[in-house]
Design a binder for this molecule. Structure first.
Ligand code: AR6
Length: 174
């Protein structure tokens, strides 16, 4: 069983040539702003067509489509929780997003996947707490019999990348 390698980078996720990029989508899966809007623009209109029959996606769940015009072969769409102060099960739902995405990637025998910082934009989840959930959940998955060999945390800001760098180095986040 290969060991799961974790990394982070400061990039636009639509430029990554990985087996799957993850989209921080809305429940309708029909496109929106933020990373969702960028992914739909870069993938082209066939992505929305592929999302239409999926029947939406519940918070904490994930669904997969082809990547169409993207370099990534697949898009795994997940719906993160809206931050409500931290007492509404947000951490569990966010962890579920990472688990479900990795489980779909395993089902498809994908080797590499890149995640944006799910829920930390329009949905308001504090960046450091979200990164702690993300890294812990992906590490837990890596301790199972998983197919995925490399997970990248794709940060759109230098500040987010610094948080992940510290967490991946084993230090407490800033
Ligand atoms: N590449 C990587 N990360 C990005 C990119 C990009 N091109 N663009 C933004 N980010 P958000 P959410 C980062 O708001 O909080 C949408 O309208 C961004 O800096 O995209 O889960 C959906 O349709 C932030 O760190 O997603 C939903 O309605 C992270 O991606 C809702 O927003 C997530 O920010 C989902 O909200």
């Amino acid at each position: 069983m290969p060991l799961l390698k974790l990394g982070c980078l400061h990039a636009d996720i639509t430029t990554l040539a990985v087996d799957a990029i993850v989209n921080a989508a809305k429940p309708s899966l029909l496109g929106g702003g933020g990373v969702d809007g960028s992914i739909h623009r870069a993938a082209g209109p066939r992505l929305r067509m592929a999302c239409m029959p999926l029947g939406g996606c519940a918070t904490g769940d994930a669904k997969v489509t082809p990547g169409f015009d993207l370099l990534a072969r697949h898009v795994i769409h997940t719906v993160g929780p809206v931050w409500q102060g931290g007492q509404a099960g947000e951490a569990g739902l966010l962890a579920s997003c990472y688990r479900r995405c990795l489980s779909l990637a395993d089902d498809l025998a994908l080797r590499s996947a890149a995640f944006p910082c799910i829920s930390t934009g329009a949905y308001g989840y504090p960046a450091t707490s979200a990164a702690q959930v993300a890294v812990a959940t992906v590490r837990e998955h890596g301790a199972t019999l998983c197919q995925v060999e490399e997970v990248l945390f794709c940060c759109f800001s230098v500040a987010d990348a610094a948080i992940y760098q510290q967490l991946l180095a084993g230090s407490p986040a800033p």
